[in-house]
Design a protein around this ligand. Structure first.
Ligand code: ZN
Length: 351
């Protein structure tokens, strides 16, 4: 194709992407609340003024209004613009990758047009709510099943299934080590159907990005985590003293146990996964401790803690903030969709 035509198509892909991205913002905000994504008109969250079409022009409205509401001047979060920009860039890049830099493959472009919105939506919802919507992984799996018929020469169907099985085994380990959850597993199972053996390149990229971010986050959060561990320690200590004084439930002298708890959506809760229930004499007053934590700790959003109890004293409390993995896995899946075969071939060439 002549260069001018390619440029026009690339610009059109960018514009289409920005419009889709603007719709994704609505999906990210409304689907977790089970709100309709169609009927309700968009309005400013601050003043409630209904937004006109020229206020919702993707990317450009945000830049023109310098990120503020035209009516009340309230600042909008730049993430709406970022979502629009990301979708636009990925649409444009998909066109370049699959129609310009190589012989045009319109199926690959059509798959990209579905895949990237799903990756962006699940990343944002995971950041907001620490969960990956089930339907996002289902769409990924549906793309994988469609790929068996659309790209029969690309990766054979049983290779996709083998990749899925290996991912299942790998995740059994990753979930045990900690950090990854069931939502991450569902996502990667869907991705393995779509990507076949290339999913491992994606997983590797995702884990590397996640580990880099994780270490930065650990360093940044170290004071907050330490302070929260101390606060929980004090509360648990008081609760345990009451337990001992009133002879309710306590750990046998010379033995120890760990109680696991978590803070989810700002609400602390004890999960009561005793590692060793037999060392307890009497049943601990679970609701009293849960209530105490819920009343006193209200300023922390997501995390997990472990309470070490040794005989008649609380030995240690360790709190760690939760980290999202979805966005990093999404980056891995995107890289693998574009360049998975190159990465796998390069890796194989090392041996
Ligand atoms: Zn407003």
């Amino acid at each position: 194709m002549p260069i001018a035509v390619n440029v026009v198509y690339a610009v059109l892909a960018f514009i289409l992407g920005s419009v889709i991205g603007s719709f994704l913002n609505v999906v990210i905000l409304r689907t977790p609340e089970k709100m309709s994504i169609v009927t309700e008109p968009s309005h400013c969250f601050s003043c409630g003024h209904r937004l006109a079409w020229y206020d919702m022009f993707p990317i450009f409205s945000y830049l023109l209004l310098r990120g503020r509401c035209r009516y009340c001047g309230e600042k909008f979060s730049p993430r709406y613009m970022i979502v629009e920009l990301m979708t636009a860039v990925l649409y444009c890049f998909s066109y370049l990758m699959f129609a310009v830099f190589q012989p045009a493959d319109w199926w690959k472009i059509a798959f990209s047009a579905v895949l990237f919105p799903v990756l962006i939506v699940l990343s944002m919802i995971d950041i907001d709510r620490f969960e990956i919507p089930y339907w996002c992984s289902a769409v990924m799996a549906a793309l994988g099943i469609a790929a068996i018929f659309v790209f029969p020469n690309d990766i054979v169907w049983y290779e996709r299934l083998i990749a899925m099985g290996v991912i299942l085994i790998l995740f059994a380990v990753l979930v045990l080590i900690g950090g990854m959850g069931g939502g991450d597993l569902q996502l990667m199972l869907g991705a393995s159907l779509l990507l076949g053996y290339r999913v491992f390149a994606g997983l590797l990229v995702g884990i590397i990005c996640g580990a880099v971010y994780g270490s930065i986050k650990k360093f940044r959060d170290r004071n907050a985590e330490k302070e929260l561990s101390e606060r929980i320690f004090k509360l648990v200590n008081k609760w345990y003293e009451d337990q001992l004084d009133n002879g309710v439930g306590f750990v046998t002298d010379g033995k120890s146990d760990i109680i696991v708890g978590s803070i989810s959506d700002g609400a602390p809760d004890i999960e009561w996964e005793f590692l060793d229930e037999k060392v307890w004499q009497g049943l601990p007053d679970k609701s009293a401790l849960s209530r105490m934590l819920r009343e006193k700790i209200t300023d922390e959003r997501e995390g997990g803690f472990k309470i070490h109890i040794s005989g008649d004293r609380v030995a240690k409390v360790k709190y760690s903030r939760r980290m999202v993995f979805g966005p990093f896995l999404a980056v891995g899946i995107a890289v693998s969709w574009f360049a998975g075969s190159y990465i796998v071939n390069w890796y194989a060439s090392l041996f």
